[in-house]
Design a protein around this ligand. Structure first.
Ligand SMILES: O=P(O)(O)O[C@H]1O[C@H](CO)[C@@H](O)[C@H]1O
Ligand SMILES: O=c1cc[nH]c(=O)[nH]1
Length: 252
């Protein structure tokens, strides 16, 4: 069956998928696969399939923001994907995790508009515990430490999903979420967790910190530093290994 927006056929789709915002990052991840082939590049959605440690998996870009990303997650699950890992970037809320750190997201604050149209207020956006555990283990693995971050840090905790990236005249509620203990902010994880929960798939997410979310992004945001590039490299490898480990567990 052809998925109308991603332009992929369900017959070509494996059960395991890595998703990320940037089509260029999807292509970068696909270069780590054996027998990689591109299935489609439709709108912001670029889809590759290939093998990692012998496990068939897809790598798909979902663009920026929850509404577009939710379309991607829905169609992937309709096409037969049952396990999804988001490999993203995020702004930190704490000096404990500066640019170059990684955060594994256990749950996401639903500070977005999309999920309000899917589930009632108060319904939690939570990661799958098995996917989260696999991500933590892969990110902390010693063998992966050579690509590790400036601070070498891997945090585990709550992230915030927002719609706004740049500030308007309203205050983005960073301060409250930070005081409440959230670690970082990004723009799609809540959508991933809610769509996955609704459709019976399992999902997790890891993000590379590229600055501080509550600083003046317009003046200071620079996601193109070496520290961020190293962290992104580290999280891509961690996500691939986590997904392969989960597939092996499923087969056992
Ligand atoms: O690096 P990605 O996966 O795109 O994630 C983050 O970066 C984008 C904003 O620059 C948003 O999509 C946000 O969630
Ligand atoms: O949404 C995002 C993504 C990266 N960095 C941020 O500060 N915000």
């Amino acid at each position: 069956m052809l998925m109308p927006i991603l332009q992929i056929h369900s017959e070509d789709m494996p059960a395991y998928a890595i998703v990320c915002g940037d089509p260029a990052r999807a292509e970068k991840i696909s270069r780590k696969l054996e027998q990689a082939r591109e299935l489609a590049f439709s709108r912001e959605y670029r889809t590759f399939v290939g093998l990692y440690e012998g496990v068939e998996m897809a790598v798909v870009s979902h663009g920026v923001g929850s509404p577009g990303a939710a379309v991607c997650f829905e169609e992937l699950i309709r096409a037969g994907v049952t396990t999804l890992i988001r490999v993203g970037t995020a702004g930190s809320y704490t000096a404990d995790y500066p640019a170059g750190s990684l955060i594994v997201s256990t749950a996401a604050v639903r500070s977005d508009g999309l999920t309000r149209q899917l589930v009632p207020d108060g319904f939690p956006a939570v990661a799958d515990i098995g996917v989260t555990q696999a991500l933590i283990e892969a990110a902390q693995e010693k063998g992966n430490a050579d690509a590790a971050t400036a601070a070498g840090k891997v945090g585990v905790g709550i992230t915030v999903t927002l719609d706004a990236f740049f500030t308007g005249v309203e205050e983005i509620p960073h301060r409250k979420y930070k005081q409440a203990g959230a670690l970082a902010a990004e723009m799609e994880i809540a959508a991933l967790y809610i769509v996955s929960t609704l459709r019976g798939a399992r999902a997790g997410a890891i993000v590379a910190i590229d600055g501080f979310a509550d600083s003046d992004l317009a003046a200071e945001y620079d996601p193109h530093t070496d520290a961020v590039a190293h962290a992104v490299e580290h999280e891509m490898n961690a996500a691939l290994r986590a997904l392969a480990a989960l597939a092996r567990q499923d087969q056992a």
